[in-house]
Design a protein around this ligand. Structure first.
Ligand code: PGA
Length: 250
């Protein structure tokens, strides 16, 4: 049985007092939910503060990115070993990094390996662009993104976030059936790389909100969500966590 996971990707939002208020509010609303793994991914500069606010509550902290080397002369970068002092998860390959910053599959793969080496779990984001969706090549794109990370062999924990790029931040989520079809495809692919596919959690991401999440979490191969916009509202984020709780779904 895979434990549902709901991760909030705050992106480059919140100043210090907003970050503190948001984390405190999330803690007060959901610290009693034990059957869902909840991960807050604030900007790097607030990681330590958020980590200390959630300590002891069961809520975990994740980073939105990392560098792939452990130490060295890499001005401006953040080491996975530095992150591992406060983070359990790191998002790698988010579409904003792939398509705005220009990260390649090779870079994403290096980052994923660095995260594992540092003892954390990568949340590997994959997903097709709108044009690729229209061309009907979504599975090919996602399969290449998975292959870049997994084809050299992978025997650590990993979480996959399927996020069609056209659904991110647009208010136009994918249909739950489409997301389920892609998640089932991803699960099958994981098996072909020798992973124990039934144990790997697959999240959906892209305009998840309180109005649509119940449908996504009700799908057989969807184990939670990577949430952007709705994770900035403590009340709505808490509702999503409740919806993911097996106790609530049954
Ligand atoms: P969104 O972002 O929920 O605002 O669409 C999701 C993400 O980028 O992970």
């Amino acid at each position: 049985m895979r434990k549902p996971l709901v991760a909030g990707n705050w992106k480059m939002h919140t100043n210090s007092s907003q970050a503190q208020a948001l984390a405190s509010s999330v803690v007060s609303k959901i610290s009693s939910v034990m059957d869902v793994e909840v991960v807050l991914c604030p900007p790097f500069v607030w990681l330590e503060r958020v980590a200390s606010l959630v300590r002891g509550t069961g809520i975990l902290v994740g980073a939105q990115d990392t560098f792939w080397e452990d130490w060295g002369a890499y001005t401006g970068e953040i080491s996975p070993l530095q992150l591992s002092e406060m983070c359990s998860y790191v998002i790698v390959g988010h579409s904003e990094r792939r398509h705005i910053i220009g990260e390649t599959d090779e870079i994403v793969a290096r980052k994923a390996r660095a995260v594992s080496r540092a003892g954390m779990v990568p949340i590997l984001a994959v997903g097709e662009l709108e044009q690729e969706y229209k061309e009907g090549i979504s599975k090919e794109i996602v399969s290449n993104q998975l292959s870049a990370v997994l084809s050299d062999g992978w025997n650590h924990e990993i979480v996959i976030a399927y996020e069609p790029v056209w659904a991110i931040g647009t208010g136009l989520a994918a249909s739950a059936l489409y997301a389920q079809d892609m998640a089932a495809f991803i699960r099958e692919q994981l098996g072909s790389y020798g992973l124990n596919q039934e144990n790997v959690r697959i999240l959906y991401g892209g305009s998840v909100n309180r109005g649509n999440f119940r449908e996504f979490i009700g799908q057989k191969d969807i184990d939670g969500a990577l949430v952007g916009g709705a994770s900035l509202k403590a009340e709505e984020f808490a509702e999503l966590v409740m919806m993911a709780s097996p106790a609530m779904v049954d």
